[in-house]
Design a protein around this ligand. Structure first.
Ligand code: NDP
Length: 240
């Protein structure tokens, strides 16, 4: 069955790959992120391959904007079936570098941005009698390493929020947490700290394609209504 699926952070990396994969599966995708030119290019690619997509500029740190993003999808298509909460940033650094503004940004995007999506879509799913939250957390929801204290904290939070949502939700609502390992994307571009940047060269030497994460999300979405894929961890075989 064709679904209406909104994806935050759809302008690059995992969000882009997820939008392309879900559109190829016959779903209508609604793409949100700040870089409108990149969103337009993704939508163009989807349409060129016979799929259907809408785009809307979205900053997930703005609660009203996230509400408007979800409302626009419902207004245009009559419903929203899946919200993929994927938008995220990862400006890693040691705590003693005191890059406090970057800590704030990770908390604002990775935690508050995710909560804004839940606040916008949960009433829609309850009203419709169904829906599916897919949250892109991280392997950093399961482990902590130097330079990743704050990032890992935001991803532990994303994991906890998603698991709490699952436990509280009506059985008509499905909740999936996706935890990728090192995946090809633009994520490490947001690192400004030289120590963390250096460490990433080794850490990110072996990656899996963003399409591998998109495939996992597509699998969770494709399950019958009564089947909830709660969590998947997908990482390179070479990642320990
Ligand atoms: P990218 O940097 O390629 O993509 C991040 C996406 O988030 C972009 O589309 C970006 O769009 C969007 N984004 C960032 N800030 C905002 C904002 N304020 N409002 C709306 N959108 C925003 O990296 P990934 O694809 O890797 O990241 C996707 C998710 O996957 C993140 O949550 C990340 O933490 C997670 N992840 C990634 C891993 C990896 O190795 N790649 C491993 C584990 C988890 P724009 O800048 O246009 O707004």
């Amino acid at each position: 069955m064709s679904k209406v699926i909104a994806v935050t952070g759809a302008s690059s990396g995992i969000g882009e790959a997820t939008a392309l994969r879900l559109a190829a599966d016959g779903h209508h995708v609604v793409l949100g992120a700040r870089r409108e030119d990149r969103l337009a290019a993704v939508a163009e690619k989807i349409r060129a391959e016979g799929g259907s997509a809408d785009v809307r500029r979205l900053d997930v740190t703005d609660r009203q904007a996230v509400a408007a993003f979800v409302e626009a999808a419902v207004a245009a298509h009559g419903r929203l079936d899946v919200l993929v909460g994927n938008a995220g940033v990862m400006p890693l650094s040691r705590l003693d570098a005191l890059l406090v503004d970057e800590w704030d940004r990770m908390i604002d995007v990775n935690v508050k941005g995710l909560l804004h999506g839940i606040a916008a879509a949960l009433p829609v799913f309850q009203r419709q009698g169904g829906g599916h939250f897919v949250t892109v957390a991280s392997i950093a929801a399961h482990q902590v390493s130097p330079t990743a204290a704050v990032y890992a904290a935001t991803k532990h939070a994303a994991w906890a929020i998603s698991e709490g949502l699952r436990q509280e939700s009506d059985p008509s609502i499905r909740v999936t947490t996706i935890s990728p390992g090192v995946t090809e994307s633009e994520l490490a571009d947001s690192i400004t700290d030289p120590v963390a940047k250096d460490a990433m060269v080794t850490y990110r030497a072996h990656t899996i394609p963003a399409g591998a994460i998109a495939d996992a999300i597509a699998y969770a979405v494709a399950q019958p209504d009564g089947v909830d894929v709660n969590e998947m961890i997908i990482r390179p075989t070479r990642q320990r």
